[in-house]
Design a protein around this ligand. Structure first.
Ligand code: HEC
Length: 118
């Protein structure tokens, strides 16, 4: 019972904090810090410079998975991705990376690229 209550409490705390984070538009400062971290800790090596994905990792932006899930995944990835502990990346730093990814440009629709148009 105590465990369930604790789990519920944690869920409440996590969803509460994410709501305030998601409600805010990322600031230029966050995006800039996120871009630097994204390069520094090596996300770009698999997810490529603009988070567009490549041979070694999927696309992450401009519509990343919800922030709580994003943080959870980076801490404990399920597949080939290496985990990043809170010692390496704080929650705030992950929020900055998230801001960077959120604000990447969407790719043009395939049918607007002459070489790929049907
Ligand atoms: C060594 C390659 C590698 C590095 C470095 C890496 N990733 Fe990944 N990432 C992957 C792969 C591969 C996947 C696909 C699922 C899996 O195998 O874990 C993935 C999946 C993800 C997902 C889940 C995407 C989804 O749509 O479910 C997120 C979020 C993510 N990575 C974020 C990051 C962030 C942020 C960083 C840097 C802190 C990072 N990754 C660094 C390889 C990498």
């Amino acid at each position: 019972m105590q465990r369930i209550l604790l789990a519920l409490l944690m869920l409440f705390v996590v969803s509460g904090s994410s709501r305030t984070t998601l409600a805010q538009q990322p600031t230029a400062k966050q995006i800039e810090a996120g871009a630097a971290l994204y390069r520094k800790v090596g996300c770009f090596q698999c997810h490529v410079n603009e988070g567009q994905g490549g041979a070694n990792g999927p696309r992450l932006g401009p519509n990343p998975i919800p922030l709580p899930r994003f943080i959870q995944y980076v801490r404990k990835p399920a597949g080939d991705m290496p985990p990043y502990s809170a010692k390496v990346l704080s929650e705030r730093e992950l929020g900055d990376i998230y801001a960077f990814l959120q604000t990447r440009k969407a790719p043009p629709p395939v049918n607007t690229i002459p070489q790929l148009a049907p």
